[in-house]
Design a binder for this molecule. Structure first.
Ligand SMILES: Nc1ncnc2c1ncn2[C@@H]1O[C@H](COP(=O)(O)OP(=O)(O)OP(=O)(O)O)[C@@H](O)[C@H]1O
Length: 645
């Protein structure tokens, strides 16, 4: 006896008087009509912009994901996913990931699960309304014949218009090699800094540095404690390709300006999204502060909280004395120190550097910025005192009368958003934008009205995509390393599991010095692995996106996207780990057939100068297949053992 009886629904008029054929035809017509309606609604939905940044898609994705998961709670879903993944070898892992990714990305529209079913009442009826996009600034001719620009988020009757500072940036050359400027040609740098630059092997500034360093120095021309002519300096936003040298463009002027300080107080704070990046920027600050009295402190959880606290300040004769001029921090650890009153005083802060700014905007929900601003303007001085600080507002003669230490925000990113609504969250004061994005020949198409931000790619980068199948991916990677001798290779996967299993598989295959890198490693192991990779002891580093952003590893010849990245920003940062500082580099992205169309569209729309097809013939892989099969079999045992232990 069967437990369930499944009856096929053949229409409402099944009374025996109509032939089965007629019924089937009627049913088919009905289904076709339904499918057409669904397609119409789906294509209306697709007109909304695709491939935006994760934060913009989070809500929509969550909803779709819930639909896909059949309403499972995230925890339940995770369990189900990892169980599926854990039970198979590398290929099924990938299969699951890709499927999952494709499910989320592709054609699952809310309609597929929210079709009105008879007998159910739909509550809510919340429809997502498209957010009106702003347009680039239009230049209008005034009555006097002069050209005028709308200053801030001007709203015309027809369209909203992009603010002038975003629409008309100071353009930075992307061609590093042909636009080097001798360090002695940039005025305002003291002998000690020039000496430090020389000892770090730097004779010339890159274009971004040649533009941004003088701009920051100019804003401090009247000294550290007041803005030029009593005005607060304008905030600075920099959008320049990966590896173009953005770090030095804030480190050098900050050191130069703070060098003359008399009392030690925290006057510069640089906030970075990850420990590794904070460490890297801390190293650069410390190296250029050599020979000065400036003290650089890092708050990123590398040391214990107490040790970090001790490096910030000390108490003598009941007085707090700062031990730090420059603090480099991750947002989480920074908030920890501020909420636990660990002696971090930001009342004298002059520079707030937000590196990887687009990513930091996404972490605004942690409210780190509002807490920093609160601490900066929490002045204990009497009203009217010369030390009083107030947030930037309308300029009046009264507001200018007490001289104030201005706070200047400096934003840096290779993928800075051009979305004014997002940038607004940073509370920028009369910002100036330095950007290489606009230098693109097809700049008209860069209009955000197209729903896509466009970015500049490093000039020395050559991009390829490699058509593949799930099972050929590991062999292709081996082919690049063993046959084409393309090492050191930095290889990105979309999950920790894939990185781990691919690493195990390559170890079992033999012949390649490989290592894995993910957030699962201890901070010590992560540091050691990166060092060994940089020293050339590791040929292949298999990593999650933990090293996709900002990390500067010299000598990476080739980046491989073993799993295609879902978002354009992820792609730009991943491939930007090679072709740095004006050098050349290669980037290969393995693409399954189903991924090709969407991925290539995404990359071209983002402004890639061209991604070429690289076909690897199956016969080139054949000689490795036997050894690969054996390694795959052993992998199953290793995974079983790992699960058991
Ligand atoms: N003027 C210069 N001369 C020679 N090398 C330089 C110069 N400026 C920077 N570099 C080197 O270029 C590399 C990239 O610099 P940096 O890490 O600042 O790039 P970035 O623009 O911040 O990249 P990303 O967007 O990936 O974070 C570093 O190794 C740095 O030492």
């Amino acid at each position: 006896m069967s437990l369930f009886l499944v009856n096929r629904y053949l229409g409402e008029e099944e009374d025996g008087s109509v032939s089965k054929e007629t019924l089937s035809k009627a049913l088919l017509a009905k289904l076709q009509k339904k499918a057409k309606e669904k397609q119409k609604r789906h294509s209306a939905k697709q007109r909304e912009p695709l491939h935006e940044h994760p934060a913009e898609q989070v809500d929509a994705q969550k909803k779709r994901k819930a639909d896909v998961d059949g309403g499972l709670e995230p925890q339940q879903h995770k369990k189900r996913h990892s169980e599926t993944v854990a039970s198979c070898s590398v290929e099924p892992v990938e299969q699951t990931n890709i499927q999952h990714q494709e499910e989320i990305q592709s054609d699952i529209s809310p309609e597929s699960t929210t079709d009105t079913l008879p007998g159910f009442t739909l509550i809510g009826g919340f429809e997502s309304k498209p957010v009106p996009k702003v347009k680039r600034s239009t230049i209008t001719r005034s009555a006097t014949g002069l050209f005028t620009y709308p200053h801030t988020a001007f709203v015309s009757q027809v369209d909203r218009v992009l603010p002038q500072w975003l629409a008309e940036p100071h353009v930075i050359h992307t061609d590093i090699k042909n636009n080097l400027i001798s360090i002695s040609d940039v005025p305002g740098l003291c002998a000690q800094l020039l000496k430090n630059l020389h000892s770090n092997g730097i004779q010339h500034f890159f274009p971004v540095q040649a533009e941004v360093i003088p701009a920051i120095l100019e804003s401090a021309q009247q000294g550290l404690l007041i803005g030029r002519g009593g005005y607060k300096p304008r905030d600075i936003c920099v959008s320049a390709p990966t590896g173009s040298g953005k770090t030095l463009s804030f480190v050098i002027p900050i050191i130069q300006v703070l060098m003359d300080r008399v009392v030690c107080e925290v006057r510069a704070l640089a906030v970075l999204p990850t420990k590794e990046l904070a460490q890297q920027v801390h190293r650069v600050f410390a190296s250029y502060a050599e020979g000065t009295t400036l003290k650089v402190v890092m708050l990123a959880g590398q040391k214990s909280f107490a040790a970090e606290q001790a490096s910030l300040s000390e108490h003598r004769w009941n007085m707090r004395r700062s031990l730090a001029d420059i603090v480099v921090a991750t947002p989480g650890r920074l908030i920890d120190h501020m909420t636990k009153n660990s002696g971090l005083c930001l009342e004298h802060l002059r520079f707030l550097v937000i590196d990887e700014a687009d990513r930091m905007i996404d972490s605004m929900h942690q409210s780190w910025l509002s807490q920093v601003m609160g601490a900066v303007y929490r002045s204990r001085a009497e009203p009217g005192s010369v030390f009083r600080r107030t947030e930037a507002a309308c300029i009046t003669s009264a507001s200018l009368s007490p001289p104030q230490t201005p706070l200047q925000k400096l934003l840096f990113s290779a993928t800075l958003t051009q979305n004014p609504e997002k940038l607004q969250q940073l509370g920028l004061h009369q910002p100036r934008l330095f950007s290489s994005t606009y230098g693109h020949a097809d700049s008209a198409a860069a209009s955000p009205t197209h729903g896509h931000d466009r970015f500049n790619f490093p000039q020395g980068l050559t991009e390829y995509y490699v058509p593949c199948t799930m099972s050929s991916k590991p062999l292709l990677l081996l082919h690049f390393i063993l046959r084409m001798k393309l090492h050191p290779v930095l290889c990105f996967t979309n999950s920790r599991e894939t990185a781990h299993r691919l690493h195990l598989l390559l170890q079992l295959f033999g012949g390649v010095q490989a290592a894995e890198f993910s957030s699962q490693l201890s901070p010590g192991d992560r540091k050691k692995t990166l060092k060994e990779f940089e020293q050339g002891k590791i040929q292949l580093l298999i990593s999650t996106d933990a090293v996709a952003r900002g990390i500067d590893i010299s000598g990476v010849k080739c980046v491989v996207n073993y799993d295609a990245p879902q978002y354009i920003r992820t792609y730009i940062h991943r491939v930007g780990r090679t072709a740095r500082a004006g050098k050349t580099g290669l980037a290969f992205t393995f693409l399954l057939r189903v991924q090709e169309k969407n991925f290539l569209q995404m990359v071209v729309k983002a402004g890639s100068p061209g991604i070429q097809k690289q076909v690897v013939k199956p016969e080139n892989l054949r000689s490795m297949e036997g050894q690969y099969e054996k390694a795959l079999q052993k992998l199953a045992d290793v995974i079983k053992e790992e699960r058991a232990s």
